[in-house]
Design a protein around this ligand. Structure first.
Ligand code: ADP
Length: 727
């Protein structure tokens, strides 16, 4: 081979090599750019998640999507469309393209509303690139969007197209032609999934919010119903009591009907409140030791009149158990009453209804199985699960009702860690069986604890002797009634005015002012009031030295444990739930005033008889403490008077008098004198045997006067006292 030939051969070899190298370089570059693209894709998805978290509204979020596809994913333009009314027509929601900022104007007019090909099951997206078929549709899409390579991807939510993303690139340089590939489609698919999850989140928040409003609405409106209902039932009771001697049986029966209907409305309102408590998760168990047999006997008794009236054979049977039973009495009563009401509602005359209680022991656990069986219309198998749903009614046109009853039954049973089971045959009858644990250990401390709080505050001996309050005291105790509803305020007042002096206030602010200036013996207050509500007023009163000792009864219209607890937490001493019975309010008021009075008397007695200094009252009440301190400090000043205390503590004479009287049973003057005498007695016992010296030390200046007063107090004169007690 000649040199030339060899050279030529090498040259051609070189050429091949360069070609190969160039190709390898191209492949490498492509791979590299794919990798970079993929990395950018991930970055885009991360940024989008941030946008989901921080966007204020949908438009804001879609605009972020468009912008991010450009800034993070190197797209030339992105458009987000939503379907319009006509098929395959879309309206622009948000967009971004690299030129838009410079152009300072929106997209071309024809992009605001466009038609796109239909997306079929087999074709989930459209990818148009250099390899794509050069058909009319593809080129028209390229042209309209002014993109050389593009992806059109639908965002689906619940199988409906919610949005369509159009995004793509514009190649100016045909040498470095970058095409969109299936990998890019996958990234855009991930974007679509993120958007759809965003839509889901929005939907859930919206539903939750709607539900919350609904529940709040139910709770508020039920509350609104309760106040007028209190009035109606209260006035009705009064009217009936007054008129009953002159009414004939027909008229009495009408009263009975009105009364029963009012009770029914109250039950319905309570059910609504129960539901809203369940929905908001604020309903909790309050388990205590109760007698299950007795409870069921009491409930069944209330159904015997209906049974008799409708000719139904109603029986209650139970296997007697002497073991103690633990459960939430209020909730179990609701469960059983609801089941029995349904049984009576759906069982025609001459039928049979049975309530059965069986208590089963299994090792150390015990379980109650309570069943209500009827021979009524029955429930078809297809409905068995549904009837426990909230607001569900089977054939509502035939059964007037609310569809709440069984939902409550089921929820309350489950709260008891129990189960409910239904056995039914159409036209034969139904058996509902509730099983709940009834032993101490089946409930947590928390589930039992809440019962203690409520019980402790409401269980007081009945007070049936209000008259005695009157006869024993010349002055009637003063009660401050704080209630914004004028009718209800008048109603409460009218019930109490025979036994008490009444001051009326119409909101918490006014209530606080009256309490502070008048120092009543007791306050009855509503919760929801303008300017200042009952909780806030209570907290303020308990925070104020002058008024801290005044007992407060709260009228909690919401009738639930939570508002009751809130009331007790704020410092209320007791509560009554609306609608209340006037007698209950009078009894409770009398009770509290009586126990306070007894306390006062005990205090007075102790103070007199006990011989040592510690009995000079050491009080938890800070104002009383201050008063006693002042009195002790000024013991030797004969001129130290009540006026000095008032000045020193910035309170009026009347306020001081009421407060001290309420807590100790003494007037401030009496208390001062008692402290002087007590201190003298203590000194006599401790070897201070000079009567005159001691007398001066405790602020007396006249010896015969001192001897007389001392004798009146202790029964003997000072020198005899020294002889008898000194050590
Ligand atoms: P409602 O207040 O409408 O009675 P419930 O939740 O108590 O609501 O009951 C739901 C549905 O279950 C009722 O509409 C009724 O069709 C059916 N149902 C409940 N108890 C019985 C029963 N003992 N016999 C036949 N059907 C019943």
């Amino acid at each position: 081979m000649g040199n030339d030939k060899r050279l030529e051969y090498l040259r051609s070899q070189n050429k091949e090599l360069v070609k190969e190298l160039t190709h390898q370089d191209y492949v490498l570059n492509r791979t590299k750019s794919h990798l970079v693209k993929q990395q950018k894709g991930f970055k885009l998805l991360i940024e989008l998640q941030k946008a989901i978290a921080f966007s204020n509204d949908n438009k804001d979020f879609y605009e972020s999507v468009a912008l991010l596809t450009i800034s993070e994913f190197d797209m030339a333009a992105t458009y987000i469309y939503e379907p319009s009314i006509s098929e395959n027509e879309y309206t622009l929601l948000a967009y971004n393209d690299i030129g838009s900022i410079e152009r300072e104007q929106g997209p071309k007019k024809q992009l605001e509303s466009i038609s796109l090909p239909e997306f079929s099951e087999s074709q989930e997206y459209i990818l148009i690139n250099n390899d794509s078929e050069q058909n009319e549709l593809n080129s028209s899409l390229k042209e309209i969007f002014e993109l050389t390579s593009l992806i059109i991807y639908p965002v689906k939510y619940d199988n409906n197209i919610e949005l369509v993303i159009v995004t793509g690139m514009k190649n100016i340089d045909t040498v470095w032609f970058l095409d969109l590939t299936i990998e890019d489609v996958r990234i855009i698919e991930a974007v679509a999934i993120l958007i759809s999850s965003y839509l889901r989140r929005i939907e859930i928040t919206r539903l939750n919010e709607r539900d919350k409003y609904k529940t709040e609405f139910i709770s508020n409106i039920s509350h609104e119903f309760r106040t007028p209902l209190t009035l109606v039932t209260g006035l009705l009771d009064q009217l009936r009591a007054r008129l009953s001697p002159s009414l004939n049986s027909e008229e009495l029966e009408k009263f009975e009907i009105i009364s029963n209907n009012a009770i029914r409305i109250k039950e319905l309102i309570d059910q609504l409140l129960d539901i809203s408590k369940i929905e908001t998760g604020t309903n909790s168990l309050s388990v205590k030791k109760s007698n299950l047999g007795e409870l069921l006997t009491r409930i069944s008794k209330s159904f015997f009149p209906i049974a008799k009236e409708s000719g139904i054979d109603f029986r209650f049977s139970y296997s007697d158990s002497s073991k103690e039973t633990w459960f939430d009495e209020d909730k179990l009563e609701k469960i059983i009453s609801n089941l029995l009401s349904n049984a009576f509602k759906f069982t025609p005359g001459k039928g049979k209804i049975e309530l059965t209680l069986i208590v089963e022991y299994d090792g150390n656990r015990s379980e109650a199985s309570i069943s209500v069986s009827d021979t009524g219309i029955g429930i078809p198998a297809s409905e068995k699960d549904k009837i426990f749903d909230r607001f569900y009614q089977y054939k509502p046109e035939k059964n007037p009702g609310t569809g709440i009853g069984l939902y409550l039954v089921k929820t309350l049973t489950e709260m008891h860690h129990g189960t409910i089971n239904l056995n039914s045959k159409i036209n034969k009858g139904s058996v509902f069986t509730v099983r709940i644990p009834i032993d101490y250990d089946s409930y947590s401390d928390e589930e039992r604890a809440s019962a203690d709080i409520a019980e402790g505050s409401s269980k007081k001996e009945p007070y049936n002797n209000i008259g005695s309050l009157k006869s024993q005291e010349q002055d009637l105790p003063t009660i401050l009634v704080v209630e914004d509803n004028e009718d209800l305020n008048n109603f409460i007042t009218s019930g109490l005015q025979n036994d008490f002096d009444i001051i009326k206030a119409y909101n918490g602010k006014e209530g606080f002012q009256y309490a502070d200036s008048e120092i009543p013996d007791l306050i009855i207050t509503d919760v929801m009031m303008p300017f200042m509500d009952g909780y806030e007023m209570t907290v303020k009163l308990k925070d104020n030295a002058k008024t801290r000792h005044i007992p407060i009864i709260m009228l909690t219209a919401k009738a639930d444990r939570e508002s009751t607890l809130l009331g007790l937490e704020s410092g209320a001493d007791d509560y009554i739930s609306k609608p209340f019975n006037m007698d209950e309010l009078i009894i409770k008021t009398g009770n509290i005033i009586r126990t306070r009075k007894q306390l006062k008397e005990k205090y007075k007695a102790d103070f007199l008889t006990s011989p040592d200094e510690s009995e000079i009252p050491s009080s938890n009440d800070s104002l009383l403490k201050d008063v006693i301190e002042l009195m002790k400090e000024n013991l030797s000043e004969p001129d130290f008077q009540v006026n000095n205390i008032c000045k020193e503590l910035y309170i009026s004479r009347t306020q001081l008098y009421r407060k001290i009287e309420a807590l100790t049973g003494y007037s401030p003057g009496e208390l001062m004198r008692l402290i002087r005498l007590k201190t003298a007695a203590v000194m006599f016992r401790k070897d201070h045997h000079n009567v005159a010296q001691v007398m001066y030390r405790v602020g007396f200046s006249n010896q015969s006067n001192f001897a007389k007063i001392f004798k009146a107090q202790s029964g003997i004169n000072p020198s005899a006292y020294i002889q008898k007690y000194s050590t």
